[in-house]
Design a protein around this ligand. Structure first.
Ligand SMILES: Cc1cc2nc3c(=O)[nH]c(=O)nc-3n(C[C@H](O)[C@H](O)[C@H](O)COP(=O)(O)OP(=O)(O)OC[C@H]3O[C@@H](n4cnc5c(N)ncnc54)[C@H](O)[C@@H]3O)c2cc1C
Length: 339
């Protein structure tokens, strides 16, 4: 029975909100606790790519998890419809020179995927075209995108369902505490499994005056994503760095790399943001009960928190209700690094 269950969610990023929404919709009394300034987490700065195929091909940590990531993507149409979000289904293009495209084609075949090739002159491009490192692309139709501004819509939907928002710590008197605190270790006493998380900082740039309205373009060292408020260029991977401040020299280096791939970006104004991802040793999040009684974790999504949020939220809700969390429970179990 969920009715009457008292659940507090710590953390108002996309994992916390997806958990709160699933629980509230199932009839639980939910409060969401986050002391951070609104919109200042990794979820708010993300590019919002829901990209199992591109991630499996370009991030070695994601390669073993294509099946799980595809299953997570399958949950998105219903999630978007339930909370009135708009999915961008224009897919992605993986860009590169002949050697990179050959390696990606080979990697795709290993994963059972046959991706159509495009010549640079037939591939969608930013104004200014491509640099010397791009001779063509591979079309990835399966990948999708959601704007990270949707975080506000998720918070509004949660409030409309009766979720109470508070900057204060969760109360003691609960059936469940859901720990969805991203890279923070604040609640490590309540959830010792958080010890498995390492931070990976990321910078991302916004070119507010640049019009591009096409699929995500993923080049060597930089990707370009159309977004509300201006083109996004991402992103750095700074392992072990946990402060979320923008560093001008890191942002400028990303801008230079991006201009090498997309020459139309050179000398255009940009603004930078940074966020800190939390990552486990196997690249998948911790989703499930802690060894501490009454605590469920939902943290550690590395580069794929938006992609995995509907799956994580549904699993958290199933655990709280005492129901079967589904076939990914072992792969995501919260205790797999702290036996
Ligand atoms: C530059 C960049 C680009 C990215 N692009 C993508 C992408 O394209 N697609 C994708 O799927 N993912 C992307 N990601 C990854 C994605 O943003 C993360 O995986 C995801 O946002 C993690 O969500 P979360 O809710 O676990 O954590 P967060 O969004 O970090 O939220 C954690 C929240 O917990 C709160 N908190 C901290 N301590 C406490 C406490 N003690 N009590 C209560 N609350 C607390 C914080 O204030 C914060 O609001 C990107 C990340 C970055 C940095």
């Amino acid at each position: 029975m969920t009715k009457g269950l008292r659940v507090a969610v710590a953390g108002g990023g996309v994992f916390g909100l997806a958990s709160a929404l699933a629980l509230a919709r199932a009839g639980a009394q939910v409060s969401l606790h986050d002391p951070g300034p609104g919109g200042a987490n990794a979820s708010a700065v993300a590019a919002g790519m829901l990209a199992p195929v591109s991630e499996a091909l370009t991030d070695p940590a994601a390669a073993p998890h294509l099946d799980l990531m595809m299953a997570a993507l399958d949950l998105w149409p219903a999630f978007a419809q339930a909370w009135n979000l708009t999915l961008d289904r224009r897919g992605a293009v993986l860009l590169g020179d002949e050697a990179r495209l050959a390696a990606l084609t080979q990697a795709a075949r290993t994963l059972g995927l046959d991706l159509p090739t495009l010549k640079a002159d037939r591939s969608p491009a930013l104004p200014g075209g491509y640099g010397a490192a791009v001779s063509g692309g591979l079309r990835v139709q399966a990948d999708q995108r959601i704007d990270a501004a949707s975080l506000g819509a998720l918070a509004k939907a949660a409030a409309a369902l009766g979720v109470r928002f508070s900057p204060e710590p969760p109360p003691e008197d609960l059936d469940w505490l859901v720990v969805a605190t991203g890279p923070s270790r604040d609640l490590i006493t309540e959830a010792p499994e958080l010890a498995a998380l390492e931070p990976i900082k990321g910078h991302i740039l916004r070119y507010g005056d640049l019009a591009y309205d096409g699929p995500v373009l993923r080049g060597p060292g930089a990707y370009a994503a159309p977004a509300a408020g201006g083109l996004l260029i991402g992103a750095t991977m700074e392992a072990g760095v946990s402060d979320p401040q923008v560093q001008d020299e890191v942002a400028s280096a990303l801008a230079r790399t991006a201009a090498g791939v997309f020459p139309g970006l050179a000398n255009r104004p940009w603004t930078a943001a940074a966020g800190v991802r939390a990552a486990t040793p196997d690249g998948l999040p911790l989703v499930g009960p802690s060894r501490a009684p009454g605590v469920i974790l939902a943290a550690g999504a590395r580069r794929n928190g938006w992609l995995l949020a509907p799956l994580a939220g549904a699993m958290v809700c199933a655990y709280a209700k005492g129901e079967d969390p589904g076939i990914w429970a072992d792969r995501l179990s919260a205790g797999r690094f702290t036996a």
